[in-house]
Design a protein around this ligand. Structure first.
Ligand code: ADP
Ligand code: MG
Length: 471
């Protein structure tokens, strides 16, 4: 059986999804499990009033998460712990100091007053700069093109950067903006495609009511304002363009914005998870425009680059030292996604500071919940594999149909998700189109029983386990 810390990490994972992030960060995250006995788990908190706050608002949610993970009905009590309170205070002070230092550095860097305000008007995140982007084989082309464009070289318009999630596209976009603005005094605007869409809707409809279109003069005035916002600039940086694919009105406005900027010689930079040709439902005219610029892809950084990124995280964290062995271990665990790698590192740093432990490989394994991470199999992956196996689509399993073939595949998916991920019943229900957690329990139990007497079902499930484990 997994130790208490590991079990608690699983509970946290469930609670993170169920409790609004502000409350979760303030009350739940600082809890440390101390004892499990007689059907009761004792949790320590740095604050005196956590028990009251949590029991009142989230008592049921916590009880459910505990029973999902520990597979028994557990009571819980929350006690204030002085040592934890001290540590917490220290941590808070350290954070405040880091924030102050960052603010001072930012101030020193600013060439003119009001830079901060301007950065926020442009929606730029100063965390992301060229200086802290680690360059390696897989991203050097994207980095070089971004830097060149930021410096004003005519390399292509738009610059279109594409690649998988967590590989640094957004980072580069902000870095371009920051550079162009601070070093070349250019007018910059960063926007995600989703924000662009929402902004457009707000200007098109009255008071957010989709039925009531703004009429005549008022609408024109609003639209002129909207257009000015996106056209009166030197650099337009659009993140995750795939989001607007198939949304015709937004695509049209984007097309017009693009043409205006393009013909005025302004630079546009776009990111996406796929190259233009592969974005489903994107209109041909936008595809053609995007392909007319410079297309660069950003790939998964190799081991050395991932290690260099971790070293950089260690330096900027300032509170933790990692041996080369541990750095390499982390870099090998997180192969595909730098965002995940950063999260893993943050977990290690927090774990070592809360428990006062040295970051050995064993400690790191606990801190990142190694077994879970190793699996890295999500409900969605399982649903997709099960659907494929039965000649169906993921949407069929998430949909309402109760046709025999679909219902059968759905219950197999429930069974495999629970066995391989240990996710809570509710989260399994959510991943299958928002079904009730009780239904999930019933389906799981059904498969468990059927598979003892139904050889075909049993074989199918074993084959699926093999397929999924080899992914
Ligand atoms: P994407 O937009 O491609 O999904 P992000 O730009 O949001 O990815 O990157 C995820 C996280 O990983 C960010 O915190 C970013 O700073 C970091 N990151 C990604 N690539 C690098 C890199 N080459 N050097 C340093 N940090 C990186
Ligand atoms: Mg991004």
């Amino acid at each position: 059986m997994a130790n208490l810390g590991e079990q608690w990490t699983k509970v946290l994972k469930i609670l993170e999804e169920k409790i609004p992030s502000e409350s979760y960060n303030a009350w739940v995250l600082p809890l440390v499990p101390s004892e499990l006995s007689d059907g009761k788990i004792t949790l320590l908190s740095p604050h005196g009033f956590t028990a009251l706050t949590l029991k009142k608002s989230y008592g049921d949610v916590i009880s459910r998460a505990l029973s999902d993970v520990f597979c028994e009905q557990l009571n819980f009590e929350i006690l204030q712990d002085e040592k934890l309170a001290e540590l917490y205070e220290k941590e808070q002070k350290k954070n405040k100091k880091t924030e102050r230092l960052q603010a001072e550095n930012q101030f020193k860097e600013s060439k003119y007053d009001g830079l901060k305000q301007m950065l926020s008007d442009c929606h730029l995140n100063t965390k992301y700069k060229f200086e802290n982007f680690v360059v390696g084989g897989a991203n050097k082309f994207a980095y070089g093109a971004s830097k060149g464009i930021a410096e004003g070289k005519s390399l292509g318009n738009p610059l279109f950067i594409y690649g998988g999630s967590g590989l640094g596209k957004t980072h580069l976009l902000h870095a371009i903006g920051y550079f162009a603005m601070t070093k070349r005094n250019k007018k910059v605007k960063y926007v995600t495609a989703e924000e662009f869409l929402n902004d457009l809707l707000e200007h098109l409809y009255l008071g957010g009511e989709k039925e009531t279109f703004k009429k005549g003069a008022e609408k024109n005035k609003k639209m002129i304002k909207f257009r000015q916002k996106y056209r009166d600039i030197d650099f337009l940086l659009i993140d995750d363009i795939q989001f607007i694919a198939g949304k015709e009105r937004t695509e049209e406005e984007m097309f017009n914005t693009f043409n205006t900027l393009y013909s005025a010689g302004k630079q546009i930079v776009i990111t996406s998870d796929k190259p233009p040709a592969e974005i489903d439902h994107l209109s041909d005219r936008l595809k053609t425009r995007f392909e007319g610029g410079l297309l660069v892809d950003i790939g998964i950084p190799d081991l050395e680059t991932r290690m260099a990124i971790i070293k950089q995280l260690v330096d900027s964290d300032g509170a933790i030292q990692l041996s080369l062995e541990v750095i390499e271990f982390l870099a090998r665990v997180y192969k595909n996604n730098i965002r995940e790698l950063e999260k893993g590192f943050n977990n290690v740093s927090a774990y070592c500071s809360i428990f006062g432990e040295e970051p050995t490989i064993d400690v790191v394994k606990k801190a990142i919940n190694y077994q879970e991470v190793q699996k890295q199999i999500t409900s969605d992956v399982i649903i997709s594999e099960v659907a494929k196996f039965y000649g169906l689509k993921s949407e069929d399993l998430k949909g309402l149909s109760r046709v025999g073939k679909i219902a059968n595949a759905r219950k197999v998916a429930v069974y495999i998700i629970r066995e391989l991920t240990g996710n809570s019943w509710q989260s399994i229900g959510d991943s299958l189109g928002g079904r009730k957690y009780t239904t999930m329990m019933v389906l799981h139990k059904g498969v468990e029983e059927d598979k003892r007497i139904d050889k075909k079902l049993c074989d199918e499930i074993n084959t699926l386990f093999n397929i999924i484990n080899q992914l």
